[in-house]
Design a binder for this molecule. Structure first.
Ligand code: SAH
Ligand code: SF4
Length: 352
């Protein structure tokens, strides 16, 4: 059988080209693009297309869907965690958070991750494959459908390393921000990376107005290489150089994520070292108490230690926030729900 083409990953221009190659008028491409943007899950639903066209689309293309497999709602806040099943049966997670400014969704960019960070559930459960642009869009459409409300903000901070799936992520960013598509402003999108320096440099050249978020988690190579294998390839200083360059080229403030792990990276000496290295950079540090999800024995820093660390940065002119831990009762760090799901599946397997 001929391979079906992923129609929801196509831009409007690409659709028009493909349609004109098939002798179809351009406005048909516009109609199809608009249906796809509205999240239809079959060609049958494209009711303003002639039957013959719907049939021929079905013979040549497929539509990516994120089917809702499991949903957990936090008792403490309105955070919702989804487990979605993709067309080929792979599963990814996504989290929906309610803020005063609207709905913010955290989406996955890969099934698993190759980066192997020791504190991360996704990193510890291996890599399966990259997500296509359409599968990233499908996560948003499924959440919007469930919530009955538009998602206004987006973070690429779910499962996977977005810059390890550069082409699909860039395609997704262009699609999701397209006026004829979901029309989400780049300024409402954050991309989080563990620090693939070569790809950060590449992204800087795109001059996008999104927020680059760096999972730093340590002020020096000695500590960072222990928890983040990627640091053995590109060290802290090299990473920070790429960040300065990114901020200069895009004019955008860099956001540094820093998971506070008791006795590992949370001393005042660490804070001082970090402040010295970030000095003069257009940036902001986000402190997050680490979630012990990998059984690695990492404990979150105490409230007092968090406070001291934060003060030490602030007094040296570095803007700091302590991230609210949303949905703490529903494993709201990505990678956790899928892992639990697999464990349960394994249990069932072993009983049979
Ligand atoms: N791969 C990208 C984006 C996905 S990870 C990245 O690493 O940035 C999303 C965020 O969750 C990252 O900042 C990551 O460091 C953080 N994270 C992963 N496991 C965590 C844990 N157990 N506790 C706190 N933060 C964690
Ligand atoms: Fe991958 Fe990010 Fe997890 Fe590291 S923290 S393993 S880069 S998903």
């Amino acid at each position: 059988m001929e391979m079906l083409r992923d129609i929801k990953s196509m831009t409007l221009a690409e659709l028009k080209e493909a349609f004109s190659g098939a002798g179809l008028p351009a406005y048909r491409a516009g109609q199809v693009f608009s249906w796809l943007g509205r999240g239809v899950e079959s060609f049958e639903e494209m009711t303003n297309l002639p039957r013959a066209l719907r049939d021929s689309l079905k013979d040549n293309y497929y539509i990516s869907v994120a089917a809702l497999e499991k949903k957990q709602v936090s008792r403490y806040d309105n955070t919702v965690k989804y487990l979605f099943r993709l067309n080929d049966g792979e599963r990814v997670e996504s989290v929906l958070m309610q803020y005063h400014y609207g709905l913010s969704q955290c989406i996955s960019t890969q099934v698993g991750c190759r980066m192997g960070c020791t504190f991360c559930a996704t990193g510890q459960s291996g890599f399966s494959r990259n997500l296509t642009a359409s599968e990233m869009l499908a996560q948003i459409q499924a959440a919007q459908k469930d919530a009955g409300e538009r998602v206004s903000h987006l973070v690429l901070m779910g499962m996977g390393e977005p810059l390890d799936n550069y082409d699909n992520v860039l395609r997704f960013l262009r699609l999701v921000s397209a006026e004829e598509g979901l029309n989400l402003g780049m300024r409402h999108i954050s991309l989080s990376t563990c620090g693939l320096v070569d790809q950060i440099a590449r992204l800087a050249e795109e001059r996008l107005q999104l927020t680059l978020s760096i999972s730093l988690h340590a002020p020096n190579d000695e500590i960072r290489s222990r928890t983040m294998p990627v640091n053995r390839r590109w060290g802290v200083d090299e990473l920070l150089r790429a960040c300065r360059d990114y901020a200069k080229k895009t004019g955008r403030r860099i956001s540094f994520e820093y998971a506070m792990i008791a006795g590992v990276n949370d001393s005042e000496a660490c804070a001082r070292e970090l402040a010295a290295k970030l000095k003069g950079m257009l940036c902001h540090v986000n402190l997050i108490p680490v979630n012990d999800v990998t059984g690695s024995g990492y404990r979150r820093s105490s409230a007092g230690q968090l406070e001291r660390f934060s003060k030490a940065l602030q007094s040296r002119g570095i803007p700091v926030t302590v991230r609210r831990t949303l949905g703490s009762d529903i494993d709201a760090s990505c990678g956790q729900l899928r892992r639990r799901h697999e464990k349960e599946a394994n249990c069932i397997d072993s009983v049979q």
